[in-house]
Design a protein around this ligand. Structure first.
Ligand code: MEV
Length: 323
């Protein structure tokens, strides 16, 4: 992974600009939540940055509106994808294009692969209708696809993917666009992502937490509020280049996520390994549950081979200071 800057370059605006070549092309970057997942579902802010890994979609003329690619998906994932595509194809009047998608993102790891796909596909479908495309239209269509995948997502994943920039995001009232603030990066850093293993669907983990939160609202309300505060404080730290403070906020956030019951022994072990390898902060990222990924903040990338013998795959991504 070469870093956030290249993702921002490829998807600079929510509208994006399909390439002017033989086959129109669109890219949706994946994302990593640094602070505030789960709490964001309850209206608190979350801090997330795009990755350079993502989903590329290419459109060619066809007799009917169809989607191809991603042979790596399981039968259940394929069924869900076909239903989600059908929803957005029908919303755009089924333009006669075949959209071929390919992905460099691991699926079901909490890195926003479904949102990246939703953004890339929505850009191309809207482009194929011939009507003027706007950032708001891309966001609205991608949200429909995300809803088909995840029920009632907060919207943070597809919004960060569509903007292609670090955001402090707050969920909107139903039917309204989310509130976003673009975040500056004040110091160069490296994110290490430990891919701990495939996990249950986001929807299931979010629903189980929702049941606990509904039963003990004051207790869980306090946890979510504190996670949202950490997102705001961590954003200020990132903008000021105070990586130690950001890392500490990530550590505290992981403790709160574990308290909320969305971590697992494997995620906790990965957090511990990365902290012992010198991370300024490490936490689960995305929905968590029984698998997924851990994100760790390093001032400099750990030496090659430092994490080689661990039971997880590792990806790295650079955080480049905003010019
Ligand atoms: C998003 O990647 C993870 C959750 O915050 C769910 C959501 O925001 O919809 C857990």
């Amino acid at each position: 992974m070469s870093g956030r800057a290249s993702a921002a370059h490829r998807a600079a605006t929510p509208a994006g600009a399909p390439h002017r070549g033989s086959a129109p092309e669109a890219f949706g970057p994946g994302k990593v939540i640094l602070l505030g997942e789960h709490a964001v579902v309850y209206g608190h802010p979350a801090l997330a940055v795009p990755l350079s890994l993502g989903v590329t979609a290419r459109a060619t003329p066809s007799g009917r509106c169809e989607l191809s690619g991603l042979p790596e998906l399981t039968a259940a994932q394929r069924k869900m994808l076909d239903a989600a595509f059908d929803a957005v194809a029908s919303a755009t009047g089924r333009p006669p294009v075949r959209i071929a998608v390919s992905s460099t993102l691991p699926v079901s790891m909490g890195l926003g692969s479904s949102a990246a796909l939703a953004v890339a596909v929505s850009r191309l479908l809207l482009g194929a209708t011939g009507a003027r495309t706007s950032p708001a239209k891309v966001l609205a269509l991608a949200l429909r696809m995300e809803e088909a995948f995840h029920g009632t997502p907060s919207g943070v994943d597809h919004t960060v993917s569509a903007h292609g920039a670090p955001l402090l995001y707050r969920r909107p009232a139903p039917g309204r666009p989310g509130r976003v603030r673009q975040v500056r990066i004040g110091a160069r850093a490296t994110l290490v992502l430990a891919l701990v293993g495939p996990r249950r669907g986001t929807q299931e983990t979010v629903a189980a937490l929702r049941r606990r939160a509904a039963r003990w609202p004051a207790r869980y309300g306090r946890l979510f509020k504190e996670m949202g505060r950490l997102a705001v404080e961590g954003t200020a730290a990132l903008e000021a280049g105070d990586l130690e403070s950001l890392g500490d906020a990530m550590n505290v956030n992981h403790g709160l996520l574990a308290a909320a019951g969305v971590s697992s022994p494997a995620l906790d072990t990965a957090v511990d390994v990365l902290r012992r390898a010198g991370a300024l902060g490490a936490k689960l990222t995305g929905a968590g549950g029984d698998g997924g990924a851990v994100v760790a903040l390093f001032r400099k990338a750990p030496p090659a081979g430092a994490l080689e013998r661990e039971a997880f795959r590792v990806l790295t991504s650079g955080l480049e200071p905003t010019s």
